[in-house]
Design a protein around this ligand. Structure first.
Ligand code: ADP
Ligand code: MG
Length: 306
């Protein structure tokens, strides 16, 4: 198990992370979310042992993860880290990059592993391609496969699908996260994309103001978003009389106390997101049809629609 206790860290003077504590089980998928600059990447780097903590401790099972003050070489065998900026070897092929750290004394095993990982990241057709000719998204996939090559016990992923186009993203996410679950590899993934979290993460931590704002399952946080920051991660929402109401919880009805004037309808595929005015405040709701700009409609809150 990963155990982080009272971790505090600053690059210069002000703390980036203050008194952060959490745990992750073997095989758990834990998402770290938070606004840009909230310290997600810093936290992953600390878990990897890239910097020395100001206070607190990080343990993986019995081993304490320590920074450069204690280790000549940064990192540990059991942990792999895929940075936001991946560094690959540009002049060798995809296959060679993935197999780089696998023993050449077992050529059959090395070949088998490499092929398996090419399939996980959906790059089988690019095995013989030189990395320098790949797109950003393809490089990101090579970096993922390379990190998985030596079967780490824990993997740290920093915005792992950020460079990958939408055509590939969905199936790649499923493939990678399924692989990690099957192999019981603990996965800590920093992201601002809810698609990386929903359906995959067992728990999620929200970083805010240098601290952990909440640590709970995505289901619990979605159903009971205690703050606007948490709600905003899941989608469009409103604050009505002090309550957080998602756009999909507002329904158009014949008559109600909530009379709004439509400003704009946005096509969203199987529904329209509608922006409207409620006595000077903006509200967002979902509707299966487009509504004329300027039209008045009545809304009601469906709390059971969570
Ligand atoms: P996130 O990944 O959530 O966007 P980061 O961990 O990259 O956030 O950054 C957290 C804070 O630490 C930011 O204020 C950022 O400017 C600062 N920071 C990040 N890296 C460094 C560094 N190498 N030196 C000094 N400050 C840094
Ligand atoms: Mg970052």
């Amino acid at each position: 198990m990963l155990k982080v206790e009272n971790l505090t860290f600053s690059y210069i003077k002000t703390d980036v992370l203050k008194d952060v504590s959490f745990k992750a089980d073997i095989g758990e998928n834990l998402a770290i979310i938070g606004e840009s600059g909230s310290g997600k990447s810093t936290l992953l780097k600390l878990l990897y042992g890239e910097f020395d903590l100001n206070a607190g401790s990080i343990f993986w099972k019995e081993t304490e993860v320590q920074g450069p003050k204690f280790n000549l070489v940064v990192g540990y065998d059991f942990i792999k880290y895929v940075a936001q900026e991946f560094d690959l070897m540009p002049f060798i092929t995809v296959e060679e990059n993935i197999g780089k750290f696998l023993s050449r004394f077992y050529p059959e095993e090395k070949h088998r592993r490499t092929q398996e990982l090419l399939e996980v990241v959906e790059l089988t057709d690019f095995a013989k391609t030189k990395v320098k000719t790949l797109s950003g998204g393809q490089k990101q996939r090579v970096a993922l496969a390379r990190a998985l090559a030596k079967q780490p016990e824990i993997i740290l992923l920093d915005e792992p699908f950020s460079h990958i186009d939408n055509f590939k993203k969905q199936s790649l996410r499923r493939s990678v996260f399924k692989y990690l679950k099957n192999k019981k590899i603990t996965c800590i993934v920093a992201t601002h994309d809810k698609e990386d979290v929903l359906g995959f993460a067992d728990n999620m931590i929200v970083l805010n103001n240098h601290k952990i704002l909440v640590n709970d399952s995505p289901e619990n946080l979605f159903k009971n978003p205690k703050t606007p920051l948490i709600a905003s991660f899941f989608g469009e929402f409103n604050e009505i009389e002090g309550s957080i109401i998602y756009a999909h919880q507002l329904k158009v009805v014949e008559k109600s106390k909530l009379k709004v004037k439509v400003i704009q309808s946005y096509f969203r595929g199987n529904y329209y997101l509608i922006e409207a005015d409620l006595s000077g405040n903006k509200v967002f709701f979902e509707h299966h049809l487009k509504v004329e700009n300027g039209a008045s409609v009545f809304l009601s809150v469906e709390t059971n629609k969570l």
